[in-house]
Structure formats: C-alpha cells, structure tokens
Ligand binder design. Structure first.
Ligand code: FES
Length: 110
C-alpha cells in the first residue's frame, strides 16, 4: 500500500509539511521534513504527551531549521532519526514512517 503525499518541490529544503491521511483505517496526522535533499516522515505525535508538534500549519522545525521542535514544551528532535535530544522526552523518539521518492513525487509506503 502506498499513499501519494505531494511533489518533492512542494516542501522547501529545509522545510516541513503536515498531512492528514487514513492509515490502517484510521485518520492519522503525519509530517514530512525535507533537509539536505532528503525526506523524513513521522507520526505527528510527540512522545511526551502525544500532542501534535507544529507551532503553525506546516511548521515543525526550530527557528534555525536544524531540528524538529515540539511547540507544546519545546522538545527538540534530530531530523533524520527522530531522536529527542532536549526537553521532557530526552531519549525517546518520534515514530518514523517509510517514504520513497518516485520521479518527483513523495510516497508513503504504508
Ligand atoms: S508535548 Fe511535546 S514536549 Fe511536551
């Protein structure tokens, strides 16, 4: 099963974008980060309380666009691993999702 998310050019580098889609018969909130020509997808679900992470629509990164930031209590996560390195859930991690780039389109392989 695969979901087409968007064109690769729809997300700035560095940048991020949120999506709502049905995964395993449930509506789920996920997001994709584009950084250094690579893409990473995670459930939009902070390991601290389960809150969504963005501070504004499609804004999942800190001001330097170097890390993923949770808007609720400012946890910081490494973009390419989802590992939390600062804040209340240090050592925990975002749940990643498999992505592939086919031609210039992002596909979620789930
Ligand atoms: S809910 Fe994300 S840091 Fe608390």
């Amino acid at each position: 099963m695969s979901h087409i998310l968007c064109k690769t050019s729809d997300i700035e580098d560095p940048g991020s974008k949120g999506f709502e889609l049905k995964i395993k018969r449930k509506m789920q909130s996920i997001f994709v980060v584009h950084k250094d020509r690579e893409f990473f997808a995670y459930y939009n679900d902070c390991p601290h309380t389960g809150a969504t992470l963005e501070w504004q629509e499609d804004q999942f990164l800190d001001l330097d666009k170097a890390l993923i930031q949770c808007a609720t209590h400012d946890a910081l996560f490494i973009i390419n691993s989802g590992e939390c390195i600062a804040g209340p859930c240090v050592g925990e991690a975002l749940t990643s999702l498999p992505l592939s780039v086919i031609d210039d389109t992002l596909h979620l392989d789930i």
